[in-house]
Ligand binder design. Structure first.
Ligand SMILES: *[C@@H]1O[C@H](CO)[C@@H](O)[C@H](O)[C@H]1NC(C)=O
Ligand SMILES: *[C@@H]1O[C@H](CO)[C@@H](O)[C@H](O)[C@H]1NC(C)=O
Length: 253
């Protein structure tokens, strides 16, 4: 009798424990988000048991484990949440029933780029997964300024653009499409993304039309400058500066 009793208890604990064992899974490749858009950070339980009664915690690993979203005791706890995420996160409540603990992050910013952890805890089990987010931002239209260089007789052309993420490539081209080497190149990064500044010197033997192109994987912005003046009277004035913008097709996500 005693033996049956013990066996029943063992069987009972074994089945409850087993029913609580789950794996947390997410994407293995980084996700690319576009600044200003919304993104779903995928995370789910395997097997797909309900996570409604569990704790779901989304953390930012590269920022001292700050809390992105916390759900526990059947509710969202905003007290713990890092200020920069307030009002921008949500779990899919009906999906929690199916073990789907994905997070919706609205209005992606450049500083959202980083490593996130999705941690799911039940009473006697927990597991987590980490995922990386890349935030893509298209910068400002490039602006070209012209400097006269009296000593060498050339003209310095400076191309500047701000607000890119990741770092863009910058190219100076002449009217034949040949690349000109930039002499002075500066890249600067802050919370608003990458700013770039590239300078070239051109001489009157060259064409009088030049392009500065700033490009990323999906976008390119360019500005063209036309320098006026007869061959012997360089340096002279800029007669026109046009902005050319192209957008490449985005890959399906
Ligand atoms: C869990 O997944 C199985 C197999 O993919 C599916 O048939 C079942 O409907 C899912 N259960 C829930 C609650 O979504
Ligand atoms: C989880 O829910 C989100 C939002 O509805 C959905 O996009 C995603 O495909 C779901 N993931 C799984 C594994 O069902």
């Amino acid at each position: 009798m005693r033996f049956i009793y013990v066996a029943l208890i063992l069987l009972f604990s074994f089945t409850t424990l087993r029913s609580e064992i789950f794996k947390v899974v997410g994407p293995s490749l980084p996700l690319t988000a576009v600044v200003g858009e919304d993104l779903i950070l995928p995370c789910s339980l395997q097997p797909n048991i309900s996570a409604v009664g569990m704790t779901v915690e989304w953390l930012r690993l590269d920022q001292a484990d700050s809390t992105v979203h916390l759900y526990t005791d059947h509710e969202d706890i905003s007290k713990e949440q890092a200020v920069s995420y307030k009002g921008r996160t949500a779990l899919f409540k009906e999906e929690l029933l199916k073990g789907n603990t994905s997070l919706k992050l609205s209005d992606i910013q450049i500083y959202d780029e980083g490593t996130y952890k999705c941690l799911v805890k039940s009473e006697n089990w927990f597991d987590d997964v980490t995922l990386d987010i890349l935030a893509e931002a298209t910068g400002s239209d490039p602006v070209i300024t012209v400097e006269e260089l009296e000593v060498s007789g050339g003209i310095g052309l400076v191309c500047e653009s701000k607000g890119w993420n990741p770092e863009p490539e910058v190219e100076w081209l002449d009217s034949e499409g040949a690349t000109l080497n930039a002499e002075v190149t500066q890249t600067h990064r802050d919370s608003g993304g990458f700013s770039v500044k590239h300078r070239v010197t051109v001489y009157n033997s060259h064409s009088n039309r030049f392009y500065c192109r700033v490009k990323q994987r999906h976008y390119m912005k360019g500005t063209e400058v036309i320098i006026s003046g007869k061959k012997n009277t360089w340096p002279t004035s800029v007669i026109s500066s046009n902005v050319l913008v192209s957008m490449f097709f985005r890959e399906a996500r």
